[in-house]
Design a protein. Sequence first.
Length: 312
Amino acid sequence: MTATTPHLTKLTPVTGASAPDDLEVSAQLRKVHKRKKTVKSVLFHIFVLAVTVVILYPAVWMLMSSLKPTSDIIGNISIIPTHASFDNFAKALSGIGGVSFWTFFGNSLFLAVMSVVGITLSSTITSYAFARIDFPGRGIFFTLMIATLLLPFHVVIIPQYIMFNELGLVNTFVPLLIGKFLAAEAFFVFLMVQFMRNLPRELDEAARIDGAGHVRIFRSIMLPLMKPPIMTASIFAFIWSWNDFFGPLLYLKKPDLYSLPIALRLYVDQTSVSDYGAQMAMAVLALLPVLLFFIIFQRFIVDGVSTQGLKG
């Protein structure tokens, strides 16, 4: 009987040209992918730049036109002024029709600030009632309030004007502000109701155990937590009131009550010479406050929108 020995083979590493070739192909693929990524990035930035130019062109044209004389604004396709000057701004600041620019500015500022105050007070109180207080007909009243968003503003113009005219409130700021203090702006109430509904009910229950009523809960618990929607509503209210043209045009007849959007139309007269240069200068001056206001508080808009999706 003979012993069998296993056949041992020596393992040798596999060598060949395939490994370097694979590395070279992989490097080429990475270069191609990087090149395609760079091309896509360049095309995307060109597209964004083109869209930005289209969006900003009216503002740039207005700014450049404010530095031109009126004769160069109409019929001149060049956007760059040949002889730039600040004479139009001096005319705009001096006012028109015997009324100073600062009178128009003060009227716009008063309407905007009071709109913010009225909307903030009325919307927060109304939203607390809809979101936290159970009362008969709450769902019906909330549905009716939301339904007013579908009602065109032009439908109620004539009845409202007749009512305010009978009350002797035309040529006052009351028709432009009373709705803000009566929670007539359903959009802002809806915004705050949706935010408040996402706050945990345990906060209310804990406060009630300590003996707090609705006023204390609203003032000490809800208001501090509602800072994002309050800031968002304030920003929109300020901007919308500052840029409002139709409301002041309808209810304000005296030049010393005009806001800036109404004052701009005084520079255009179909029966005489129109001063488009001064009009563009006043438009730039009217745009600066709202632009600065938006830049300073824009982060609160992002906070207010982002927190709408948070629950609990």
